[in-house]
Design a protein. Structure first.
Length: 101
């Protein structure tokens, strides 16, 4: 599972019938620098490219979510579904305390 900030929503003009009514979020994944700087890093300022994530649990813009990618993202669906990333958790707080040298 990876963490990221929701920076927007995606609207489709056409969708696969199995995904009718689905919500899609535009997510900026966290990087190592985000954890090192803590809350000083503005949301959506990742160097990694943003990705589209299927959402069935209600993530909103500005919220931190946990998402999974790859084959694990398609596991919740009964039929084969073309989903590459899915929202798996809504994150309230992050506590990160790196080891001090």
């Amino acid at each position: 599972m990876r963490l990221g900030t929701v920076i927007g929503r995606v609207t489709l003009s056409k969708a696969v019938p199995a995904l009718q009514g689905a919500r899609w979020l535009l997510v900026s994944p966290f990087t190592r620098e985000h954890f090192q700087r803590g809350s000083e890093t503005p949301p959506g300022l990742s160097k990694d490219p943003s990705l589209v994530v299927y959402d069935s649990i209600g993530g909103g813009v500005g919220q931190t979510i946990g998402f999974v990618e790859g084959r694990e993202a398609a596991q919740p669906f009964e039929d084969p579904t073309p989903v590459d990333a899915i929202n798996a958790a809504l994150v309230d707080d992050i506590f990160y305390n790196p080891f001090q040298k």
